[in-house]
Design a binder for this molecule. Structure first.
Ligand SMILES: C[S@@+](CC[C@H](N)C(=O)[O-])C[C@H]1O[C@@H](n2cnc3c(N)ncnc32)[C@H](O)[C@@H]1O
Length: 290
């Protein structure tokens, strides 16, 4: 009989927090911070996919592994997280081990991490009940190949749940500062140049439909906040880390000069803006394999 209990989110949160605290200079730290900061939204979306006991789940571009770990806290499942970045997978392994120690996974759940590419999955045909990918397609150069790989590995009747951004769904009042806008524009241009993009969500339903999925639901997941934008904010720190981590590529690729980058970064780090209302949204696309 499957174990029935509320997911032990605290054990997962504790494992992520301990990992962050113990690894101050970790590779892709901004992603770890983002993963932690977006836990509530992510879990609410995952809760809408009615995952069944025993499902074989594949999370592609898993990063620090939050999705397979969280699904394995909700139901007894067999989940695999894949990513092209081996370093984040080592971190995901450590976090998973800590979650298990803290009693955060359902006893019969299994979570493993393996290196792999969304464009050439190693899983056999029709071997997966649910495939997920969050904030992955915005980075991919070849959406059609990734979608056809999903269609190959998901069994007939199985599901995909793809979550991604669409900047067309985001507004801010007052408008972001010129320094922030400049940095964000350079990052978005780089994503676009490498085949992804920050308006990817609107393209995903037709992409998955063409690959062989009937679209079951499109969920827009909004998040609104009002407050001050201050140098100490978690959000600010996360974005700063992200910008700093991309400085080399942005400058190398001529998307912004080193001087302009450093000037914008210094101005953005120090800015204080009171009374900011932001509305941001992600979209989740749920499809069923024909
Ligand atoms: C923005 S992170 C999202 C991580 C995680 N899904 C989340 O929601 O926090 C994107 C991840 O996709 C991975 N990635 C990028 N291109 C990939 C590819 N072709 N195949 C597999 N993973 C890829 C990156 O290494 C990174 O860990």
């Amino acid at each position: 009989m499957a174990e029935q209990r509320a997911p032990a989110w605290h054990a997962i949160d504790d494992a992520f927090t301990s990992y962050l605290n113990a690894n101050a200079s970790i590779h892709e730290r901004w992603l770890l911070v983002q993963t932690m900061a977006t836990a509530v939204l992510r879990r609410s979306v995952l809760g809408t996919v009615k995952v069944q006991p025993g499902w074989r789940i594949l999370d592609i571009g898993t990063g620090f592994g939050a999705i397979p770990i969280e699904l394995a806290a909700m139901q007894p499942i067999d989940a695999v997280g894949i990513d092209i970045d081996r370093e984040v997978l080592w971190a995901a392994e450590t976090i998973r081990t800590d979650v298990v120690k803290g009693g955060g996974l359902i006893a019969d759940s299994r979570v493993t991490f393996v290196a792999g590419s969304a464009h050439a999955l190693e899983q056999p045909d029709a071997s997966i009940d649910l495939a997920t990918a969050r904030f992955l397609f915005q980075h991919l150069p070849d959406h059609a190949t990734a979608a056809s790989e999903l269609a190959r590995v998901v069994r007939t009747g199985g599901l995909v749940c793809i979550i991604d951004v669409d900047d067309g769904l985001s507004v801010s009042h007052p408008e972001p500062s010129a320094a922030y806008e400049r940095l964000a524009r350079a990052v978005a241009a780089r994503q676009q140049r490498h085949g992804g993009g920050r308006q990817v969500a609107r393209t995903l339903p037709s992409c998955l439909d063409r690959a062989g999925f009937d679209i079951q639901a499109l969920l827009v997941i909004p998040q609104a906040a009002y407050g001050s934008s201050l140098p100490d904010d978690l959000n600010r720190k996360m974005l700063l880390e992200r910008f700093v981590g991309m400085r080399h590529e942005l400058v190398e690729e001529g998307l912004i000069s080193a001087d302009e980058f450093d000037d914008c970064l210094a101005r953005y780090s120090a800015e204080v803006i009171h009374g900011v209302c932001t509305i941001e949204a992600h979209m989740a696309v749920v499809g069923r394999r024909r």
